[in-house]
Design a protein around this ligand. Sequence first.
Ligand SMILES: [Zn+2]
Length: 693
Amino acid sequence: METRPKLKNSDGVQRTLTYQPPDYDSIKVKQKYKWRPFQLAFQLLILESIIPDPKTNQYSETRDDVDLLWFPTGGGKTEAYLVVAAWEMIYRRLTKGPKGGGTAVIKRYTLRLLTSQQFQRAGTLICALDVIRREDSRLGSEPFSLGLWAGQGSTPNDYKSAHEKYSLARQDHEPENVFQLHSCPWCGTEIMPKTHCETNAAYGIKCNEFDHFSFYCPSIACEFHEFLPIQIIDEALYKNPPSLLIGTVDKFARLTWKEDACKFFGDKKVLPPSLIIQDELHLISGPLGTISGIYEAGFDSIIEYLGGKPKVIAATATIRAASQQCLRIFGRNVNIFPPSGTDQSDSFFSKEEKEKPGRLYVGIMPSGHTNTTALVHTAAATLQAPYDLGFDGITLDSYWSLPIYHNSRRELGKSMTLARDDIPERIKIIAEEARKIDWVEELSSGVPGTKIPEVLANLNKPVPNTIDILPCTNMISVGVDISRLGMMIIAGQPKATAEYIQASSRVGRNKQRPPGIVFTLYSATKPRDRSHYETFKNYHQALYRYVEPTSVTPWAMPALERALHASFIALIRVSGHLRKNTNARFFDSNHDEFKKLKKIFKNRIALAMQGLTESNKEEVYDYLDDLITSWDERVNAKVNQLTHYESQNSGKQFHPLIKPFEQEVNPEAWKTLNSMRNVDTETNLYIRGESMS
Ligand SMILES: [Zn+2]
């Protein structure tokens, strides 16, 4: 194998990188690298819709469908769609040259927690791709790269605050890594040392407060010692759009507000993204799904205008009525893989395991005791049991840490106190030799986003240096993959069955370990809980049958009023017209390019409204026309003539087109969402007849 030119280290030492690809025919490699049949089949299925027929240069008809990967949690969906992303990134570069660079794949999530753990996995893929690229000039000189585009709560958004955070960590006795990337995805070396180090070389970050932030691997022996192609700072992402962009859904609402984010959609030199991956599709439902459906029409139109429709793939473990949901959100038909065959328990790619128990559900309803007492007693007994039963090794480890699931943060708060006082006290009463409870940790949206990876890392540690009790909310239900967890208490039946499945699937995930046990606590005073207790067996025997169909209604008037203008503005700005904040006043509805955009947008809306009534469609088109007319009028107004998209509170002489929902000034500006999170607002409810005083 050829060796690459010698590189100089930051410390001036010469070294040679000699990456040796593994021998793919060796027994060792064959045992280590394995695919599951469904992962291979999914790739093969998608290939014809991301790579056109070489003879006709046409994609298959399924190009326009949403390919939905529907597989139980813990099955390996992430790997299956990441490899499709790899195909797409490589194919673009091989066939389009430098134009195939830029952001090729956008992968979207709904919650910030999901990103941090899976970010690391995507990082490994990108490192592997870049190692291949360095050996193969056909893949171009632009490194394959990964970017995380998340809210301020999870990552610093600019160089200045990133540098501040780094400087703090650099001085800390025990440095806190708030940069989401905890170890080198290629070799596993920690990005920051456990305790303070004198030398900068122990810290895998280079940054300044003006124009630089990058990761590198602190290990000299690593391929990525010079530079890790992974980025998390917004400013840096806009400067160098990553090949694979992972973003939370709500962040995309920023496209209406900021011109910078346009960079992810290519330009004259680079194609727009050609593959969209929507993970945890079932979460894009209810109010969030409704609003994202409207924004989606804008994004899709942008990409279509700039370079052709992207391929869309999605993944989920629990879903009903996916075809309605995909139609309304993506304006596309859905293909579910693997298709459900004639036998519920055997889809060929997955079989129901009848020999080995997976998870045992136990329902508990106290009588004559409060829910709090029931929780304390159950938790104490389950925590002490593995100790008293004399478990050791992997069995003890599996039943050592106890997540306690709550339906709200209010209930969780109470449990934090119980976990520190009442539960350890109760253990002392029931046990001859009481187990110690030293480590109680919370996992909920109340925990800062930057701290979450640390909580998960601690939960992943083996007994006894691990968390004892983990009071948590539904944050644990999405993407937390800690294979050592074997038991869990669910304090109160969650409202949705999908949520119940997702939450309880966090335990007993590893087949090499003992089965999982889930204790569901019911309240005797709640009729719904009683009913669940009484039908416990039937319900649990056919859990997936009770998953509620998701409902999204993006094309109903209340939703349109909240988001259609925002989606439309994003379309105009990102597609390359009137991008700057001060350019809103040059809008002209008679311009040819605008007419083209409007046509694409309307067609896209029509696709998503298939099956709805004609009058319903007319209503949407009329509303869109009204928006366009009113923008035109504001451009040409004699009084309060339009000046900006947003005024950023810069003074009364400015007249913006949009403003945040909560802002009172500028009454003529359109109220616009800053984020797709919290799309629900509170409503005052008055009872007729009641005095209003
Ligand atoms: Zn490394």
